[in-house]
Write a new protein. Sequence first.
Length: 420
Amino acid sequence: MRRPWRLLTARGRALVVLGSAVVVVSMMASQRDVMRLGLLLLVLPLIAAVLVSRARLRMSCERSVEPAQVPLGSPMHGRIILGQDGRLPAGILMLEDSVPAELGNRPRFLVDKADLSWRREVQYPLLGRVRGRFRTGPLMVRTTDPFGLVRLDRQFVATSEVLVTPEIVPLPVMRTAGGAGSTGEARPHRIGVVGQDDALVREYRQGDDVRRIHWRSTARWGDLMVRREEQALDPSASILLDSRSTAHAGRGINNSMEWAISAAASIAIHFLDDGFGIEIYEAEGPMHIAGTMGQHSSASQEVVINRLTDLKARQTATLHYAIEAASVDRPGQLVIAILGRMGVEDAQALLRLRRNRAQGIALLLEIDSFADGPASDRIQNQSELAAQILRDNQWRVVTVPRGMSVAQAWSAVDQLGRVV
């Protein structure tokens, strides 16, 4: 009796209690006709509980989410194909799929077919509102009798994995710095070591290392000329991503943290497509991403997407670990810093990455525009001073307000190079 009692709904339990009371009262009053009515009220839920509990559902379930991988903010839809092949009608089936709150509401469906065999396909919308890995399912099947007296829940075991990745934005070619190695040229080539007499030269640009001045060509042309020596090593770039929780603001998919991660992913894949090796450094250190020139970059692109999909905001207060790792791992290469709220100490620490580098690029987010309310004057002054420190040390700094796309910010960096 214990199991049937658990299967009863509130209505079914009320009928059992009411039927028991009617039977007792009718027996005391010697009213046999009333007692029969009480017995009916008492037995009906119990019979329904036995029938539902002993029903053998032979159901099949095929499920999927299409597409299974989407950029942040993109729609998708879940798809479930149900089938029943049994000896007895299944009665009324109520279906509920388990869906994370980050993707939408739990869909509920009703199947009231009385056939022995049937097949039905259902679809429901989903929206990738939060970056990360999620699972939909398993599907819960609830069997009830026509009177709603009994409820039995069963559950499938199959689930579907959903990957909500950062938004990848195609970036325009940067003529002044994009894809540069230590020479600062647009597309360095991988050849052997160049001899002293075979050095290629170009005009001196602000920010060039004075040790690369080619005095013989300078005397010949009358203007400062610097070496454009082709690299014997594969070109590479370092991307520093400010992932500190205290450095970002905003809510939903348009917060500054998501903008920064989207920028890091877009820039990394932009360089990988050009055959460059890249490494991304977040607040707690390197993300260990491999990519080399001349190698197909699809595998490295998957690593970039997966690592940045799993990245969470860090409680680290400074960028010390990222800067230390970047300084040791890749000296003399291009660096792109994607920064949140900055202080003077952060800017001064970043200057270490500029040593022996042909280009230093900083995308500095205007966090105040992403936040719900204005920041204090002290914080705003600190951010402006940090940006000025970077500019004074030959960094190309682009301030990014809310509403500016990653591609627009990248083009703004290129325009700064043209001005120089």
